[in-house]
Design a protein around this ligand. Sequence first.
Ligand code: ADP
Length: 485
Amino acid sequence: MLKQSNPFMKQANLIGGEWVAADSGETIDVVNPANGQVLGTVPKSGQAETARAIDAAQKAFESFRKTTALERSNMLRRLHAALMDNQDALAELLTLEQGKSLAEAKGEIGASAANVLWFAEEARRTYGDVIPSPWADRRVMVNKEPVGVVAAITPWNFPSSMLARKIAPAIAAGCTSVAKPAELTPYSGLAWGLLAEEAGIPPGVINIVTGTASEIGDELCANPLVRKITFTGSTRVGKLLLSKAAATVKKVSMELGGNAPFLVFDDADLDRAVEGAMVAKYRNSGQTCVCTNRFFVQAGVYDAFVEKLAKASSALKVGPGVEDGVQQGPLIDETALAKVEEFVTDATAKGGKVVVGGKRHALGGSFFEPTVIAEATPKMKFMKEEIFGPVAPVFRFETEEEAIALANDTDYGLACYFYTNDLRRAFRVMGELKYGMVGVNEGLITTPEAPFGGVKESGLGREGGHQGIEDYLDTKYVCIGGLGD
Ligand code: ADP
């Protein structure tokens, strides 16, 4: 099924308001993960196109930085309207290139719109300070100014909303940007160019380049005109970008990998915990950085939890995301599938028991069965590594101290979840978990109003919340003297 008819499927770079091919004319195929068919192509760009996009962004910045906060807020409001007016078409495009169900894709476009609206509001609140002066004849003032050109690199799992969290605060702050969407899912990224045109955002404020990641990334890191890099993706690439950005001392925001624990105590509401577990595990077929990687369940409720989770998991409807009622689509590609298989093989070799699922789905392609593995132990691979697939390993624990130690025994620190009905335990445990985000009796906590981000090797900076715009602003201290009599 070749869906060329989708009005948002743009197969070109956007540089300085022009839709252009790669200099070489070369392209990359984009494949629908649900059926392996080629949806279309995008330009295979490299260093030269990226440098031009940066120049275009810098040129646009000279005037964009002088727009008022109210003007930028109104642009973002129009962008929000453009997203909501086209939610169905954007969701279809997202499902076709990424695989998630249409319901989840619509939800992601809604989340993009919510982020845009949030930053439309925050644009008008980038307050500075007037500080009581220690000098009688001077005034002390602090202003906030846009940092300049921002480079935004995004992953394939949320190709629309991850860009929303970067483009929207950039515009709100008065920055211009060069975006590089993931090569597996570039269309939802390129769609932001069309949406920006529809919203009347000036040419050059948003530039989008697709192609060879390392070449584009190297130019974004090395070019001194880029003043900030915002990245969502793997910890491996994040570290690479951090080291490369050091040469020109850029600001950096990094949303990297996770290894989310999900703790269920004996005193938890078990049905609520299972409900939370299902979203925290299987959203986007387990391909989110805040997806539960490890379930830790107290001995008293262990068997009951495993049974309920297995029952709910086996009831999930797996299929192509575009089909009615489908809850879980395919994994992004064969590599992802092979990796998930490897986790299951490793676990069963070390004594893990597959309660449901455990293998490639009968649908073929990159579909995998929703899987629950009981009797998980810390020796298994998923104790330290991100699964990024629909596999739920369930570990058993006896005491609260043991659960906290297990949960924290990782280099990551993005999201974590725990379930208890004991208020004192809730406060104790939330204080002990070394994570940037904690869900207490909730399995889905992301919202534009709250700061999203991690500690340890899960990243730097926060997206969303009132914190989300800070990284796009420089602080300028101004001392005004000669004011004496
Ligand atoms: P994932 O494992 O989720 O695919 P990656 O970190 O590999 O995460 O990819 C996230 C984004 O980083 C994608 O847009 C990808 O193209 C980009 N990327 C990968 N390698 C580099 C690189 N060397 N420089 C810049 N960007 C890169």
